[in-house]
Write a protein that binds this ligand. Structure first.
Ligand code: SF4
Length: 1024
């Protein structure tokens, strides 16, 4: 039965299965074979709903699952242990080991074509091609020797070498897993062929001796194959055996939407089913029926599907393409198709997210009625992440994700590694801290580094910050850390310790150690609560939990299959996996969310609203030839008789690839029942252009629009956050009192439902002042540091907020400044060589990142040290360095330290303050408070008996000048107002004790750490 997308093939297949069972055929004698395990799960659900009963065995299976049930039954019938299916990642890991061995001169010595560089044998891409070749060989039932022979016959080296590796692969897998209690192992590709052979053998042996020890083989009366266009040669061989054993075959398909040709699907087999039975592979003597109505698409969308269909090359059957839509043209609103062109990939995703949310919120469409289809798995991952962040709940497709790329899995693998080796390196430690288990973002990580750096300084410990981080994670430590970074560190430390302890147990395995590590994090409950709370954080927690559960399942499988293998072997296996783990297990279909899929995963499903994203030139269609290296596709062509030799007609090969790409696009656009959005990015500067498929749609009169971004007036609020924002704006709009009142009422209603941001009490700027009290009483002393005096004068508000904790973590620049001050203090007359040697010693303590950032910074610091050496080498007389002082002026208590005190020829003292930042303005130096305070300290006798100040100076060691730059201040006694500094201190102390502080705009505002709380700044204005 051939039918266009939406013609009801799957529905009819379901109904025929139900009809057969209701007419009296036992349910276990009816088998439905679906194209994938997801499609089989859906089919099972439909069947059990309609039959209102469950069967003793699954009614619907994938071909591999059907084959597995046959080989399992055969093993049971012969008293053997049950067989095991080798997962894709396991296969890949074995091939990687074999190829590595060949490079080291071990094992067989396959001779690959000379055009293949030796290094390429270690590439994932090469293994993917090799795996593909071996799977195709297994699919067609070729033995290793037969593959090699075929290579010799066609003088094609990759098949000769591939046959040798195939033989070695089978030997190694048989040996590796050969224990008395483990059954035979099968690859997913080879299992269908093996099942066909076993079943034929079983029938023949049983037929010869029906009363012998062998029980009767499994037999079905009706076998229904849905999406027959995805059938491989092995599946067809199995169908022949089933038909020969008396089964009625019902085949449903559409060759135009085959999307598994890369796995060996042969859509052309559909046309062959009507050939006289047994005349060739796939000739079943079938009667042909064409479904002549389309029920799954509106007339408008059906026209679009019909416009795309001719791009797919015909493989014998085309009459089904003419079927018109049977739906009413005005059925539901909104309907139709639209092409959206965006200016960037981010905008494309934002547009899709908006349209999905709008369809849910405004049109009332359930999330599960919508899907996003993209061409590749990588695009699907990206779309899933972006849509989740944009507030669209998406269904997780855990089976498509590699465990090793799951952020929640990485720290647990590190814990296993640590348990195995008892050591941690700094990269792993930093990755742990940044992981979901650590939870430190780059700002918090910087805070941690600074806190450790200050601790090491304070304790005078000669240890680098990196070493301190490693120590912190491995031993209880006395470093006092802020709570926000202390807890994650303690959690990770507990995890590592628990893993290490568990690994010492006599029966320790990857599974037991993993459990101990996970348990020690104590995150299970937190994540569970977050997951249940919903929202994007909830979805992330949900996904993290799923990933952890999948890791436990992988560990359990590993321990079961490789008893006694080391923990490192498990870690290596997970880390080297390049394919998502395959499983025959049925998967849940009950979640609510938007499905984000590739065309093969979307096959067999239909949604009201479908977004097809990323339809870019060179991406979809991607007409690069798929198997230019090892000829897996050529093998299929030769074995199916589509090619007589190996001389490739490249134009024809490219045409085949284009047809495959067109099939997947056709499948994607035909998944929409009532509404279709197709989008692409047009940004010639980034070489991003819409695909030729977009052109095909425009010829079918699909309108093109520009993708709307955030803030576009065409957008209506489609999330509570947006709605609250709009209402709050209009509730303050005096120009429209009616609208204002309606907004207030709606806000009040939302506030009653605790919608965040709706209640005015929570709005910034509406809270009462917490206090109007002054910072200090009238007679209380005010403590001031010299450097703070000027910062108060520059901006009192910044000073006040910084006093209250609004400071930034010390920057790298500040740490470098402290280091240079230390050099100047330790070597007050140091030469350039001595200072640079000291710098060498102290440099690691900065914990500077390696790479070019570290190299550039180091070169910069060395220049400053040279300038310092220049200053120190000019023969000035030094009285003291880092000299503390204490000064009292009225209520002000000034405490500080002078970098360097020098004696001039006249015997007077001069204070020098070293700076590594940008130069001060010349006009500010005469009234620089810091220098003034130092001078006052000299005059008040804070340093020694000499009370005469010869002035003070800022000496800049950074900046653009080749040498240092000195900016001197006159002696107070020579100033026209010798009392200026005393007056300033007294006045400032009073202002500092006040209860109000002015914000004063200045040149440092752009770098101000409290600008988000400053009423003069746009980002801070909302606070007051
Ligand atoms: S942004 Fe400028 S005006 Fe505002 S607090 Fe900071 S320094 Fe003062």
């Amino acid at each position: 039965m051939t039918g266009a997308p939406g013609s009801g093939r799957t529905t009819l297949a379901t109904q025929m299965a139900v009809g057969r069972i209701l007419s009296g055929i036992p349910a276990e004698k009816v088998l439905v074979i679906s194209a994938s395990r997801t499609a089989a799960a859906r089919m099972r659900q439909d069947l059990s709903t309609q039959l209102r009963s469950t069967a003793s065995q699954p009614l619907a299976r994938s071909a591999a699952s059907t084959a597995f049930s046959i080989v399992r039954a055969w093993a049971v019938a012969n008293g053997e242990p049950p067989p095991v299916l080798v997962s894709g990642p396991e296969q890949d890991a074995v091939l990687a080991e074999l190829l590595e061995g060949h490079l080291a001169g071990e094992g067989v010595a396959p001779r690959w074509p000379e055009t293949l560089p030796v290094e390429s044998l270690q590439l994932t891409g090469f293994r993917a091609e090799l795996r593909d070749l071996l799977m195709r060989a297994a699919e067609y039932g070729l033995s290793p020797e037969e593959l090699t022979e075929l290579g010799q016959r066609y003088e094609y080296q990759p098949w000769i070498a591939g046959g040798m590796v195939y033989g070695e692969y089978l030997d190694v897998t048989a040996q590796r897993w050969a224990t008395p209690d483990s059954g035979q192992r099968f690859d997913a590709a080879g299992i269908v062929d093996s099942a066909a052979n076993l079943l034929a053998l079983w029938h023949s042996e049983y037929g010869d001796n029906p009363h012998g020890e062998l029980p009767p083989p499994p037999r079905w009366e009706t076998v229904i194959v849905d999406d027959y266009q995805e059938a491989t040669a092995a599946t067809v061989r199995l169908l022949h055996v089933l038909q020969d054993a008396g089964a009625e075959l019902l085949l449903f398909g559409d060759p135009d939407v085959a999307v598994q040709t890369f796995r060996g699907a042969q859509p052309a087999l559909m046309a062959r089913a009507g050939q006289p039975r047994g005349s060739e592979l796939g000739a079943f003597g079938a009667e042909r029926v064409v479904l002549d109505r389309v029920w799954g698409q509106t007339p408008e969308l059906r026209t679009i599907t019909q416009a795309v269909a001719p791009v797919v090359g015909a493989v014998g059957l085309v009459s089904h393409r003419n079927a018109p839509s049977a739906l009413d043209a005005t059925e539901t609103a909104p309907t139709g198709a639209e092409i959206a062109i965006a200016t960037s990939p981010a905008r494309e995703l934002a547009h899709a997210a908006y349209e999905l949310r709008r369809a849910h919120v405004v049109d009332g469409l359930d999330w599960r009625e919508m899907a996003v289809i993209v061409r590749s798995g990588a695009q699907a991952d990206e779309a899933r992440r972006a849509l989740t962040e944009l507030g669209v709940p998406v269904l997780d497709d855990a089976a498509e994700v590699l465990l090793r790329s799951e952020p929640a899995v990485l720290p647990l693998l590190t814990a296993l590694d640590y348990a195995a080796h008892g050591a941690l390196d700094i990269d792993a430690a930093l990755a742990l801290l940044r992981s979901p288990l650590g939870g430190l973002d780059s700002v918090k990580l910087r805070r941690l580094r600074r806190a450790l750096w200050l601790h090491l300084r304070h304790e005078e410990l000669e240890q680098s910050v990196d070493d301190a981080i490693l120590e912190l994670l491995q031993q209880p430590n006395l470093v006092r850390l802020p709570a926000a970074i202390r807890r994650p560190v303690e959690r990770l430390r507990a995890m590592l310790e628990a893993a290490h302890t568990a690994a010492q147990e006599p029966l320790a395995s990857a599974e037991t150690v993993l459990w101990a590590a996970w348990h020690a994090t104590g995150l299970a409950r937190n994540w569970q609560e977050q997951a249940l709370a919903g929202g994007s954080a909830g979805r992330q927690a949900d996904r993290d939990l799923d990933a952890v559960v999948a890791l436990f399942a992988a560990a359990a499988r590993f321990v079961e299959r490789m008893p006694g293998a080391s923990m490192s072997a498990f870690v290596n296996q997970v880390r080297s996996e390049n394919l998502p783990a395959d499983s025959l297990a049925a998967r849940a279909t009950g979640q609510s969310g938007v499905a984000v899929l590739t065309p093969p995963a979307a096959a067999g499903s239909r949604w009201e609203f479908v977004c097809v994203l990323g339809v870019q030139a060179d991406v979809w269609p991607d007409v690069r030839l798929r198997d230019t290296v090892l000829g897996a596709q050529r093998l299929t062509e030769v074995l199916t008789g589509r090619a007589s030799g190996l001389d490739r007609d490249y134009a024809a090969a490219r045409r085949d690839v284009l047809h495959d790409e067109a099939r997947s696009f056709l499948l994607a656009v035909s998944r929409a029942r009532t509404r279709l959005l197709v989008s692409a990015v047009e940004d010639p500067d980034s070489d991003l252009l819409p695909s030729a498929f977009i052109q095909v749609l425009t010829t079918a009169q699909v309108p093109v629009t520009e993708a709307a971004g955030i803030g576009d007036p065409r957008r209506v609020p489609v999330s509570l956050r947006e709605l609250v924002a709009v209402l709050r704006r209009s509730s303050l709009d005096d120009a429209d009192p009616q609208r204002r009142q309606a907004s207030e009422q709606l806000l009040a209603a939302l506030a009653q439902h605790a919608v965040p941001g709706a209640a005015p009490q929570n709005w910034n700027g509406t809270a009462e002042l917490s206090t109007t009290e002054a910072l200090a009483g009238p007679d209380d002393p005010v403590y001031i540091t010299p450097s703070r005096l000027d910062s108060f004068i520059t901006c009192p508000l910044r000073w006040a907020l910084e006093q209250a904790g609004g400071t930034q973590a010390p920057s790298i620049q500040q740490s470098v400044g402290t280091l240079i001050h230390e050099l100047a203090a330790e070597l007050p007359a140091g030469t350039a060589e001595e200072l640079l040697a000291k710098l060498d010693e102290k440099w690691p303590s900065l914990g500077m990142p390696s790479g070019w950032v570290g190299i550039v910074k180091r070169a910069d610091v060395e220049k400053s040290v040279q300038r310092l050496a220049q200053y120190l080498g000019e023969g000035r007389s030094v009285v003291s360095v880092e000299e503390p002082f204490d000064l009292e002026i009225d209520r002000a208590r000034i405490r500080g330290t002078a970098d360097r005190i020098e004696r001039t020829d006249s015997g007077a003292l001069r204070v020098v303050d070293f700076k590594t930042g940008t130069y001060a303005k010349n006009e500010d130096i005469p009234r620089n408070s810091q220098l003034g305070v130092y001078q006052l300290a000299i005059e008040r006798g804070c340093f020694e008996s000499e009370h005469t100040s010869a002035g003070a100076a800022l000496v800049y060691l950074g900046g653009p000048n080749k040498g240092y730059k000195q900016m001197p201040q006159l002696a107070l006694s020579e100033d026209e107002d010798p009392q200026w500094v005393e007056n300033r201190i007294a006045q400032t102390a009073d202002q500092m004790a006040d209860s109000t502080f002015l914000a004063r705009k200045n040149s440092a505002c752009p770098r101000c750490p409290v600008r988000r709380s400053c009423p003069l700044q746009s980002e801070g204005g909302r606070v007051f």
